[in-house]
Design a binder for this molecule. Structure first.
Ligand code: BJW
Length: 230
């Protein structure tokens, strides 16, 4: 076994106090997806969208990684092969836990993006609609987040990792959103052993070889110690 590819979703950060999307009372119960997670919503009401991400950036600043994030960082440190974390999460808890190879396919709260020239820079804690781009000076700053209808980041590299995976693990994601929900099928096609970690089987749960039910803060440390014992 040389390569472990890990997909994470909102569930891994739930025990750090960051809300998931589709749970009862989750983010999508409080905000309409069309209003805060689409380019059209941003054009209609940029202040609503910027405030939504400002609030989440403030929560991120206070949040600490939990035992699930820490177990994955320890795996990367101790495993003799390669460990790649592909996260749908826009928070920085994998990095805070010490993971080095982290790909943020849906963007990052800590980053701002210029809608005019695609320049990226570190986002201030509070962005404002019409903030100017430090590179081209256009008043076109937006949160560096992948909204519905936009292409997730680093897809070519991600599909290369999936094609080379010996183990594919999916953690705390409901399987509602593509292309991430299709990664298990891709990894299976490449012959990877596939394992899901969730409180309940996800929408694509039937495609996994193994399902570990329970909070990620408990199931991940056990799995990591199994892997490292060989
Ligand atoms: C625990 C736990 C604990 C709780 N321990 N577990 C029809 C078919 C197929 C696709 C489409 C379609 N129509 C449209 C599309 C495309 C669309 C899509 O998928 N739509 C669906 C709704 C149908 N996708 C897109 O538009 C994407 N772009 C795209 O497809 O481009 C074209 C393309 C084509 C081909 C290749 C590549 C690209 C872009 C998607 C952008 C998603 N953006 C969001 C918001 C922005 C980020 C943010 O604000 O944070 O990303 S939506 C939201 O959902 C967010 C998340 O990253 C994403 C996934 O959510 P996640 O992480 O799964 O959270 P939840 O809440 O759903 O689930 C949490 C899970 O954790 C639950 O299962 C719990 O049980 C579990 N859990 N506590 C373990 N302690």
């Amino acid at each position: 076994m040389q390569k472990i590819v890990i997909l994470t979703g909102a569930g891994i950060s739930a025990e750090s106090g960051l809300g998931t999307f589709r749970a009862e009372g989750g983010l999508w119960a409080q905000h309409r997806i069309e209003d805060v997670a689409t380019p059209e919503g941003f054009s209609r009401d940029p202040k609503l969208v910027v405030d939504f991400y400002n609030a989440r950036r403030a929560q991120e600043a206070e949040a600490a990684p939990n035992a699930g994030h820490i177990a994955l960082a320890e795996l990367e440190e101790a495993f003799s092969g390669e460990v790649v974390v592909i996260t749908q999460n826009v928070d920085d808890l994998h990095e805070k836990a010490g993971s080095k190879k982290v790909m943020h396919m849906h963007g990052a709260l800590k980053s701002a993006l210029c809608a005019a020239c695609d320049h990226r820079w570190p986002a201030p804690l509070a962005m404002a609609p019409g903030d100017t781009c430090p590179s081209c000076q256009a008043p076109a700053a937006r949160p560096d987040i992948v909204w519905f209808g936009e292409m997730p980041y680093d897809m070519d590299e991600i599909f290369d990792h999936l094609a080379g995976a010996d183990v594919f693990a999916s953690i705390g994601t409901s399987g509602n959103v593509y292309p991430a929900a299709g990664f298990v099928a891709e990894a299976r096609r490449s012959g990877a052993h596939t394992v899901e970690f969730n409180l309940e089987p996800s929408l694509v749960g039937s495609q996994f070889d193994d399902i570990r039910i329970g909070p990620a803060s408990q199931t991940l440390p056990l799995w990591v110690s199994e892997l490292l014992k060989g």
